[in-house]
Write a protein that binds this ligand. Structure first.
Ligand code: ATP
Length: 858
């Protein structure tokens, strides 16, 4: 049908509905009942009261102001009929007006909740349905487009408990609600009633201003299809004002219509049934006085009880996921895979595995959905079952949080998780990449071992090794990456390499006992994955959808709709929905605990695991993105101080790799072995100080000489400190700008350490170029800090002098300027606590955490 035709029909239907209601009202007003009928009326009303008591018992039909707050909640069956108010065919004849709703259809009121009678009715209906429904069986989604959510404010406790989403208050919110409701729909299954054990009720208290026709059409479509899927609508303000052809809507299908008159309302026939005995009666032939706002204390008491009940019902404790306390730790054998209980489906523990069939898992959920909680449960569950010889962990967290911080030693608790090999907290993408590279290298090592042993399976390799009497078995490796989309963000070389590595690990890891858990709040929309999505995600048969994480499931799989906190859909078929309605063997909804709810149990377990470790084992390598690095803690520096180090090097920071290796620039006799640090940040001075101190440590006492000079205020104190500290081991001379000029003579071996070299007066350093050219071969080196690049280029002759200084450290210098200086593109964005080190000779560029002075930490 042409759109105009459809609109025309809609308008006609609308007019027809209006005419019907008007006729009903007129009839009620004029049709005084014959007095002779009054006895009959009493009798009828009595019958109606009795019927109402049966159809809508307790919460569903009783006058709310007479109901005790402690009336028991819940029932064994979903409520079907509900009371709207009191019908009063005669002054002294009354009976409860009851309509069918859940299991049948919908309800509309022709005015929206700006009319207090409508707001009161909606709150009554909501209270009655929530109080009467079996616990947890009713999901409410609310929209209050003109009231900012105030209609539903008394039910706020339910939102806090995750039993109801906060009401939508604008067009975007309305659309989200409609989308969620559409996902709730499912085709009718022939053999089943097609109904879930849960029901969704959409309550539209008022439509947002200027709701578009397309959204109205979606509401009508939901009404048409909803009941078979357990979706029911209560819409106030329907039909919406027919302002344009687009917004002209017929009555909703399958709906009981309520029309407000003054002071009563008219109730139309319910879907598929009639109130009257003659076909012309399209309404209940009695004015109905709608129920007024329920008493606030009653709403409050019911909401609190429901919230408490839901919290108690969903409680699973961490202990229930762990092996029996009587069982020994680490009794699991990882040869054929790893398994742990991830939650409970009813009373049944649900076990998930990492093995050939389910090598990798993907976890999705909006922020605050409990991803970290789920992952921590899994990690403790695995670590209690398998020893560190059977399982090694690499844990990466890319968010600003402390997901995995509890697994590393801290000042307060020196224990750690003995299975953890490397832990990244607030990881950098560089660090993530380094971990993936290490895992890739491990995979290669394992493939060589397979070839040597002539096997193709992990379990076989372990048995060959055991037969040959080789000590420890080869462990399975699990790498967990929380917010992995950060690692893959953008389309830069790092993202490209990360995608390649992930793909290779995902594809081949399973045969080598290397497993991945990728967790994210947005699995879709990772740009770098567009081309590889299927080839990577296809390797993740296990999908775990937490609240808001439905995008790890197939688009047609709606199981994650309306999940409350503490529950997850566990799907082991790549997110596939499968036959609707049928019990899905590959999909379960589990409840899982908040592991931190019982800190005592957790603390005890962690200490037990730690105490059981091999005393020789080392703590995990830790990368904390925000942590500062100090020269005094650096192993290379300590070795140098102890006389156990090789050739002199300037130690500048820690490279962002898995082992946080020392970023060193060797100072030997080849041309160009000078160091220049660039950037206006004062930490440039700190890096230079670390460089000078470390170089001094490499030399045997009294074997070299240092000339220190500060041309800027930021260096003055450091020069004094260095003079003292280096002075213990080596000869030190401190000079001013004038003295520096004389000290630049390459004939004098030793190190010149200059703070703020760009502050030297132009032309005051005539011997600089000669020092740069000839110095290294005569053991004379320059270590310098420049606050900008320009003076450096001028002094060294721009690109012609490029080779003269081979060691370059960049702080807050834009990537484009760095590329220009180096004469090639580099991938660098200046940021806090990071520097770029380039060694021209090795042609190597690394991102590092620069050394700072402990007192620089604020
Ligand atoms: N099973 C649960 N039952 C009750 N509360 C829980 C449960 N799991 C987590 N929580 C609580 O929910 C909040 C969010 O949990 P969590 O930090 O695990 O979420 P997340 O998805 O990792 O969030 P984000 O990505 O924002 O860090 C926490 O306060 C946590 O205590």
């Amino acid at each position: 049908m042409e759109p105009t035709g459809r609109i025309g029909q809609a308008a006609a239907l609308h007019r027809q509905a209006e005419a019907t209601v008007a006729a009903a009202a007129a009839a009620l007003e004029t049709q005084a009942l014959p007095a002779a009928d009054s006895l009959e009326q009493f009798r009828l009303a009595e019958e109606m009261r009795a019927a109402a008591g049966e159809l809508a018992p307790g919460w569903l039909g009783a006058p709310l102001d007479a109901l005790a707050a402690n009336t028991p909640l819940g029932g064994s069956l979903p409520p079907q009929f509900v009371r709207l108010g009191v019908a009063q065919p005669l002054d002294d004849v009354r009976f409860p007006a009851i309509v069918p709703l859940l299991g049948t259809g919908h309800l509309t009121v022709d005015a929206d909740a700006r009319d207090p009678r409508v707001a009161g009715l909606l709150r009554c209906l909501m209270l009655r349905l929530l109080a009467a429904a079996p616990a947890g069986s009713l999901l409410v989604r609310a929209v209050d487009g003109t009231g900012g959510g105030s209609v539903f404010a008394p039910f706020g406790v339910l939102a806090d408990a995750g039993l109801m989403s906060p009401p939508a208050i604008d067009r975007a919110g309305l659309r989200d609600v409609l989308t969620e409701a559409e996902k709730w729909l499912r085709p009718v299954h022939k053999n089943r009633g097609g109904r879930r054990d849960r029901v969704m009720v959409l309550i539209l208290a008022s439509l947002p201003e200027l709701t578009e026709g397309a959204d109205l059409v979606r509401i009508a479509a939901l009404a048409q299809q909803g009941p078979e899927s357990g979706l029911h609508l209560i819409v106030a303000g329907w039909p919406p004002p027919p302002l344009t052809a687009e917004t002209t809507q017929p009555p909703l299908p399958r709906t009981t219509q309520v029309s407000l008159r003054n002071p009563y309302a008219v109730i139309g026939n319910p879907p598929g049934a009639m109130f009257g005995s003659i076909p012309e009666a399209v309404w209940l032939n009695a004015p109905v006085f709608l129920d007024e706002d329920p008493p606030p204390h009653l709403v409050d008491a019911v909401c609190r009880e429901l919230a408490d009940h839901s919290a108690a019902a969903s409680e699973v404790s961490l202990t229930q996921l762990l092996p029996d306390a009587a069982e020994e730790l680490w009794s699991g054998d990882a040869a054929d895979g790893l398994g742990t209980t991830v939650g409970h489906d009813g009373e049944t523990p649900v076990v998930l595995r990492f093995n050939d069939l389910t090598p990798h898992w993907m976890v999705g959920g909006r922020s605050g959905a409990g991803k970290t909680a789920f992952l921590i449960n899994v990690l403790y569950g695995l670590c209690a079952r398998y020893g560190p010889d059977e399982l090694n962990l690499y844990l990466l967290d890319f968010k600003e949080g402390i997901s995995f911080a509890e697994f590393v030693p801290t000042a307060r608790d020196r224990t750690w998780l003995p299975h953890a090999r490397a832990v990244g907290v607030e990881s950098d993408r560089e660090y993530g990449l380094a971990v993936l590279r290490e895992l890739d290298a491990e995979m290669t090592r394992r493939s060589v071992a397979y070839k040597r042993a002539g096997v193709t399976r992990f379990a076989d390799l372990r048995s060959v090794a055991a037969e040959e009497g080789r000590g420890k078995p080869m462990p399975r490796v699990l790498c967990v990456i929380d917010e992995f989309q950060v690692l893959l963000a953008g389309n830069d070389p790092m993202a490209i390499e990360a995608v390649q590595l992930l793909e290779s690990l995902a594809r081949k890891g399973r045969s080598y006992g290397i497993h991945l858990i990728l967790a994210s709040q947005t699995v879709l929309g990772v740009e770098a994955l567009y081309a590889k999505r299927d080839s990577i995600f296809g390797q993740f048969p296990v999908r775990v959808a937490l609240p808001g994480g439905g995008d790890v499931l197939e688009p047609t799989n709606d199981s994650a709709a309306g999940l409350p906190l503490g529950t997850a859909v566990i799907n082991t078929a790549g997110g596939l929905g499968g036959p609707r309605g049928a019990t899905r063997g590959h999909e379960r909804i589990v409840r899982f605990p908040d592991p931190h709810a019982d800190r005592e149990v957790l603390g005890e377990l962690r200490h037990r695991l730690w105490a059981a470790r091999d005393p020789e084992s080392v703590p995990p390598r830790i990368f904390a993105g925000y942590a500062h690095q100090h020269l005094a803690d650096d192993p290379t520096y300590r070795a140098a101080l102890a006389g156990r180090a090789g050739r002199p090097s300037a130690l500048l920071g820690r490279v962002i790799d898995v082992g946080l290796s020392t970023a060193a620039f060797p100072l030997d006799a080849s041309p160009g072995r000078h160091l220049a640090i660039f950037g206006s940040q004062p930490i440039g001075a700190a890096v230079l100080a670390a460089a000078a101190l470390s170089v001094a440590a490499f030399h045997a006492p009294r074997t070299t000489r240092f000339v220190l000079s500060s041309l800027v205020a930021e260096g003055d104190d450091l020069v004094k400190e260095l003079a003292l500290e280096i002075g213990h081991r080596q000869e030190v001379t401190v000079v001013d700008a004038a003295g520096l000029a004389a000290e630049l003579d390459p004939g004098q071996p030793g190190y010149r350490v200059v703070f703020g070299m760009d502050a030297a007066a132009p032309g005051s350093l005539p011997k600089l170029r000669q020092l740069l050219r000839e110095g290294p071969s005569r053991d004379a080196h320059l270590l310098s800090w420049w606050r900008g690049l320009r003076r450096f280029s001028e002094e060294t002759g721009g690109s012609t002098g490029r080779e003269d200084v081979a060691g370059l450290v960049f702080l807050n210098i834009p990537g484009s300027d760095v590329s220009m200086l180096l004469g090639k593109p580099v991938d660098w964005q200046p940021r806090e606590n990071r520097a770029l080190l380039h060694d021209r000779h090795a042609d190597r560029t690394v991102t590092m955490v620069p050394f700072v002075q402990p007192e620089d930490e604020r």
